[in-house]
Write a protein that binds this ligand. Sequence first.
Ligand SMILES: Cc1cc2nc3c(=O)[nH]c(=O)nc-3n(C[C@H](O)[C@H](O)[C@H](O)COP(=O)(O)OP(=O)(O)OC[C@H]3O[C@@H](n4cnc5c(N)ncnc54)[C@H](O)[C@@H]3O)c2cc1C
Length: 447
Amino acid sequence: MKKARRPTLRDSYWLDRPYTPAAPLEGEVDVDVAVSGGGITGVTAALFLAEAGARVAVFERREVATGASGRNGGFLLAGTHEYYVEAVEELTDRYGSEGRRYTAAAWHLALENHRLMTEIMTRYDIDCDYRRSGSYIVAMSRPDRGSHPRPVDRIAESYHLMREDGFDVAVLNREAIRDLLKSPIVEGALRNGFDGEIHPVKYVRGVAEAAKKQGAFVFEHTPILSITRDGLQFLLRTAAGQVRADRVLLGMNAYTPQLDESYEKRIVPNRGQVFTTEPISERLFDGVFYANDGWEYWRQLHDGPNGGGRLLFGGSRNHHIPAERGYHFMRRNGRLIKTYRGYRERPTQAVQTSNDRAFDRTFPGLATLERTHRWGGVMGFSYDSSPFVGETDTPGIYVIAGFTGRGNAYATAAARLMTDRLVGRDGEMEERFTRVRSVFDARRGER
Ligand SMILES: Cc1cc2nc3c(=O)[nH]c(=O)nc-3n(C[C@H](O)[C@H](O)[C@H](O)COP(=O)(O)OP(=O)(O)OC[C@H]3O[C@@H](n4cnc5c(N)ncnc54)[C@H](O)[C@@H]3O)c2cc1C
């Protein structure tokens, strides 16, 4: 019998690099905008706000990019769903005849987000291994879809809708995708030419440095413990200091309910798990790959000799849904209640073994490659798959969260929108968000 591999406990490959964090806050600071959370959302908002001349400070409870932003696959995928056709169906169910228009607008917004990210990389010279090599949504021969429609059909339907809506897409048949991946279990693919990839930690920390250069304060190892109103301002308490702020932006994604309970049922933490292999000295393929409805995903990095690199592979949540959802039971007023405050990043044997099996099945010729890093990260899933962007029920407190595994697609555009609103600037982002306002409404659900 094949011996199960034990998960090694080295952390995210992306975080396995030297880093000197900024000092924690000690004493008091007074700012226009206090940003809670130092992931892609928080540091990007801080950069845009500082560029616009606002006095802004980011507070990160650990180190910048140690949340989901330093634990994802580094995929820049447009859109809110794996299949465009699925988004059209869901948004049509919810918003009637506006559904198709909202879907197209949400995808176009993600392309604008991508453009803004490349603009930041260029303006601040951020070397984050960015490539725009496209993405592939891959249909497998044994999909875990239960009674859902066949992935090859969803691909064909998505292709037609996307072409009509003006996107650069192509279909690869079984022979073409097998030739590209050298995998015996792939059946077809949709290629999205507009998607890309980054080293997420290099990118997010590069943005944090740019924000500092523009005058933003970044405090690390500084959790925000509470937020209360104090006259015209807000008072934020930290372990060794306090912050006075005119406005507050929650950029905490999965952790949002910890500071604003009204998001407890709107955003549920879900863990995702990934591993990387040792680097190989051969380039197998370019681009990023999503298979089985996004339950499995992979890419080859560019960190090896002769143009080769490690394989990064993640997914398998579908076999472990209850364990990977961040439920947590706590006692409140003598009653045991279910909350969504379980946030464990540590990888588990069960999911990592499923990932190993899925990888070995997809790439039998690579099954012997050593796994060098295994990790987990906590994503914030909204109840309806779309992020919350805007002012919360508390006037003066804003939120950008609930990305449902798509923060790289929307955080930057959302941060730009929020900056425009906070500094009272008429930006064209407002117009773009207006086209999808119901889909991204920060107060939807719960009211
Ligand atoms: C395995 C995996 C795969 C993924 N794949 C993709 C993908 O293919 N494409 C994509 O777009 N996205 C993907 N994602 C999701 C993406 O990583 C997130 O949507 C994105 O990083 C969210 O960024 P954020 O800044 O909003 O949240 P985070 O990066 O989680 O940042 C929130 C920060 O808030 C901090 N914080 C929490 N509480 C406090 C407090 N009280 N005070 C101060 N700071 C606090 C946390 O420490 C954390 O650093 C994936 C995520 C994972 C884990």
